[in-house]
Design a protein around this ligand. Sequence first.
Ligand code: PLP
Length: 400
Amino acid sequence: MKVGKEQIHNLPLNPVTNLGAYAQQLQKAAEEQGIYLPPPVRLQIGEPSFRTPEHIRQAAIESIQQETLTYGPPAGWSWLRELIAAKLVRVNGYHVSPENIAVAVGGTGAIQAILLGTVGVGDEVLLPDPGWPHYRLQIANTGATAVPYPLDPDHDWLPDVERLKPLVTPRTRLIIINTPGNPTGAVFPPELVHELLAFARQHDLYLLSDECYDEMVFEGQHRSPASYLTPKEFENGNLLCVYTFSKTYAMTGWRVGYLVTSKELIKTIATVLDASTTNVSTLSQRAAAAALTGPQDCVHEMRAIYQRRRDLAVTLLTQAGRYLYTPHGAFYLLIEVSGPNGPRAGRQFSQELLRETNIAVAPGSSFGEGTQGYIRVSLSASDEEIERGISEICAFANRQ
Ligand code: PLP
C-alpha cells in the first residue's frame, strides 16, 4: 500500500482532533438514546471568539464589487506591504522596507514557506516544548528533524539558553521561538529575546521568531528580536519574524499573515510562496489593509476582554488551589491536572472531562512531551463558559 512520505504519514493525529471525534461519538450515542446533549463548552479552541470588525468586512465587500480580482504578486500587493512596514514601526519598533516583507496564507503559510525555503532532509530544527502543534507537522513536511527544547514551568515557561546549547549539533539550521507563546501565554522579557538572538547568531542559525500574538500582551512588553539589529545586520538574513492578522483582528478565516526578513531571503521565500499558493487572495489583502488603516479600538477592546477573562481564570484557579502562573499574553492558560493519587495524563483527563461534564479542553500532549500532565484552556470562550469550565475542571481533578 502506498502511503506517501512516511515521515508525514506516521505523525500522530493531534489529540485535539481526536477529542473532536470523541465529542461527535458522544453526541451520536446520546441521540440514539433520545437524549439531548448540548454542544460541549468549547475551551479547547485556538481562535478569537469575536467576529471580524465591520469596517474590515466592508472593505472585502467593496473589493468584490469593484476589483477584477486577478492573480497578484507572490509576496503580496505593494500597497499592503507598505502598510505593514508602517505597522512594524508603530507596533514592533523597527524599520524595514516593503521589499523585506512577504504576505502569506496566515502565519501558518509564512512559517511553512520559511521552513521550506531554509531547511530540508538531514537538517535539525529546534522548537519549543510545549509549542504550537503545527511546528512539528511543518518541519516534517520539509523532511528536516524536529528537536524540542524545554520551556520551564518553574521559570514562567521561559526557555533557558544554557539548556539550548547542548542541543546544537553540526546539523542544526534553525531555531523557532514564540513570544507571546501558545500554549503558555508567556511573554519573553526583552533581555531574553536579546540573548536568544545572540545565541542564534553565535551558532549561525536562522532564528524564526513567531510573533503572531504580538498585540495580545497584558503586562510587560513584547520585544521583537528585529528591534535589536542594525539595518545591515538585518540584511544578513538570519532573522525571520512572523505575524498574522488572525489573532489581532479576529480574522482567522481570512488567512492573511506575513513574514519579515532580509531582501535576499525574501527572494527565496517568495519563490516558495509562488510555487505553493501563487498569492493570497486580493480580497483578503484588501481586508487586511482596512484592518491596518482603520480604527484600532477593536484591538484594544478585544485585548481588554481577554485580559478580563485571564483575570477571572486566575482568580478561580487560585480559589481552587490550582494556581500555577499568570499568562501575560496570548489567550491560553495551562492547568496542571494531577489528582489525589498523583500525576495523570492530560489526554485521559480531557476525554473523561468531556464525557462526564461536556467540557472540551486541549490535552497538554498536543503541545509536546513536557506537558503530558496538563490541559490547555482557551480564553476565547465567554465569561460564563470560563467560570463553569474552570470550576468543573478543578472539581473533577480533585475528585479523581
Ligand atoms: N503561531 C502560533 C503560535 C499560533 O498559535 C498560530 C495559530 O494558532 C499561528 C502561528 C498561525 O495562525 P494563522 O495561520 O491563523 O495566522
